[in-house]
Design a protein around this ligand. Structure first.
Ligand SMILES: NC(=O)c1ccc[n+]([C@@H]2O[C@H](COP(=O)([O-])OP(=O)(O)OC[C@H]3O[C@@H](n4cnc5c(N)ncnc54)[C@H](OP(=O)(O)O)[C@@H]3O)[C@@H](O)[C@H]2O)c1
Length: 224
């Protein structure tokens, strides 16, 4: 795969992406928000940069620190679930915050690192979405902020796949499954090891003809 850049790599799925890629001998650059979170990421063999994806200046500082270094794959993994609120108690500022981090920030990061990705060979952009962003799959309602933000992320990726098609890019949205992380909780059926092993296989086997698609960690396609 070459060099992979992962947002939100200090814990959870981002850290496990970094761990498995480093174990395979790949080069990994991951981002964390706090200096104190660098250690765990560096311990798996990755390089750590500071970045808050919700902050344009922070992303630009990260781009500057990277200079013209080539990237082969960008994984927009950073995300939040937001406060668990019912329709009646919904706080729209919280909905906007979740939307900014889960949908707007991956667009910001993808655009910001495009020159680095164009300098690389693989040219892959991966959005970590959720099946909760699938309109077809929504049979239970609720989770407004999270569902809306991931549906928007899916649409962003489809546009990106068209805009970058002529430049050899493969842009995918991947659902990790329900996984045991701080976000997924301990009752989730999948371990981070299982989910990431599956997603890395999907990323590795993907070709330009898959660009714009929505896959589960197993490689099965998910309805929109
Ligand atoms: N776990 C699941 O079951 C599941 C299912 C479907 C989809 N997903 C998706 O998978 C991705 C990773 O989730 P996870 O389960 O690993 O969650 P997690 O354990 O809560 O980790 C979230 C990561 O995102 C980072 N992050 C949050 N806001 C950020 C910001 N503004 N700038 C930079 N980084 C930020 C966090 O950094 P800090 O440590 O600094 O907070 C952390 O590294 C998310 O996009 C999530 O929506 C997860």
């Amino acid at each position: 795969m070459g060099t992979t850049f992962i947002t939100g790599a200090g814990r959870g799925l981002g850290l496990e992406f970094a761990r498995q890629l480093c174990d395979q001998g790949e080069t990994v650059i991951g981002t964390v928000r706090k200096e104190s979170a660098r250690g765990e990421l560096e311990a798996v063999g990755a390089r750590a940069l500071i970045c808050d994806v919700d902050d344009e200046q922070s992303v630009q500082a990260c781009v500057a620190e990277l200079g013209g270094e080539a990237l082969d794959c960008l994984i927009n993994n950073a995300g939040v679930y937001g406060k668990r609120q019912s329709l009646g108690e919904l706080d729209t500022e919280e909905v906007e915050r979740v939307f900014r981090i889960n949908a707007v920030a991956p667009l910001r990061v993808s655009r910001a690192f495009l020159p680095n990705l164009e300098a690389g060979k693989a040219r892959k952009v991966i959005q970590i979405t959720s099946k909760m962003g699938s309109i077809d799959d929504n049979t239970s309602g609720g989770s407004y902020a999270y569902r809306m933000s991931k549906a928007a992320l899916n649409m962003m990726n489809r546009s990106l796949s068209h805009d970058l098609a002529g430049r050899g890019f493969t842009c995918l949205v991947l659902h990790p499954g329900w996984v045991q992380t701080d976000m997924g909780g301990k009752n989730a059926p999948l371990t981070p090891e299982q989910s990431i092993a599956g997603m890395l296989k999907v990323i590795d086997q993907s070709t330009q003809s898959d660009s714009g698609s929505f896959f589960l960690h197993s490689g099965d396609r998910i309805p929109w």
